[in-house]
Design a protein around this ligand. Structure first.
Ligand code: ATR
Length: 279
């Protein structure tokens, strides 16, 4: 008897560590909702094994990957064709395998903007924005935030040089400046403060600039958790008008990846609701 094998399109998220990732749950919910048949795996891959793991996934029929910490920059060199936004960011979070070619994109920025502007109703035109952190996460969001025409966008980082390097990369796009945490100018209050440091992952609360928060400030943490993150607690304790964790961005960036792979856009509101209930 010949048994036929049903081949299901394979996707996954590659990172290190990666066990905490909610991407498999989100993509399964998207697949269920849109009637797509696919499988989505967690792939724990160290920096040394990244290239080998990507090539093997492609060779064995994988259709697409999400790439997360710490590989978002390193994976750029494996890509044959880079989207404009990924090239501007110098970081990739989505790979699509098309024939023998690898296409690289970055959906982090659009994911954040969808959450801020569509889901949360923020108007960033002429806003004063402060980003804390100057790592891979910041790279993906600076360009899309500048496209919203803020009055100022300041990047504050523990290591000034990394913030200055990002200013050099993005200054042609808009009014972006760099500083250290402890010398953030606060002559005008910030409408939006985004925590893009990974300090919370280690349970740390660096000396974030308390004077930058007013009762008008919207604080957004790119990190998320079942319990409030250290930054979201800090923001609430310092009188921010709103303190939100990055569940919305997580679901929105995933939806954009899903659209790149499957050509279908899932309803993120329904999935976000399911995620926050299961959180
Ligand atoms: P990611 O891809 O998550 O952005 P990353 O590229 O390693 O990760 O960047 C981590 C960011 O968090 C950096 O801005 C880092 O500051 P430095 O550039 O000074 O290293 C910041 N960060 C991590 N732990 C921190 C801590 N305990 N206090 C302050 N900043 C911290």
């Amino acid at each position: 008897m010949v048994t036929g094998t049903v081949t299901v399109d394979r996707y996954g998220v590659m990172g290190y560590p990666v066990s905490h990732s909610r991407s498999p749950v989100i993509h399964r919910l998207f697949a269920l909702q849109t009637g797509q048949s696919l499988q989505y795996e967690l792939l724990r891959v160290t920096a040394e094994k990244l290239e080998e793991a990507v090539r093997q996934f492609q060779r064995t029929g994988g259709k697409g990957l999400n790439v997360t910490v710490p590989h978002k920059r390193a994976v750029c060199r494996l890509v044959d064709q880079l989207s404009e936004r990924a090239s501007t960011a110098g970081a990739v979070n989505t790979l699509a395998f098309q024939d023998s070619e690898i296409f690289g994109d970055n959906t982090d920025g659009i994911g954040l903007l969808r959450d801020l502007v569509v889901n949360l109703g923020l108007n960033l035109d002429s806003a004063n924005i402060l980003i804390l952190g100057a790592g891979g996460a910041t790279r993906g969001i600076v360009g899309p935030l500048l496209e919203m025409r803020p009055r100022t966008l300041r990047i504050a980082n523990r290591t000034l040089k990394r913030a200055e390097d990002l200013v050099e990369r993005f200054e042609r796009m808009g009014p972006v400046t760099a500083c250290r945490f402890n010398v953030i100018p606060v002559s005008e209050s910030y409408h939006l403060i985004i925590n893009a440091t990974s300090a919370g992952l280690e349970g740390e609360t660096p000396p974030y600039p308390a004077a930058a928060v007013s009762e008008k400030t919207f604080c957004y943490d790119l990190s998320y958790g079942i319990k409030p993150t250290p930054f979201s607690i800090w923001a609430r304790d310092h009188g921010a008008a709103h303190s939100v964790m990055g569940w919305g961005m997580l679901v929105e960036q995933a939806a954009e990846s899903f659209h790149i792979w499957r050509g279908v856009r899932p309803d993120t509101k329904a999935v976000l609701k399911q995620m926050s209930i299961s959180a």
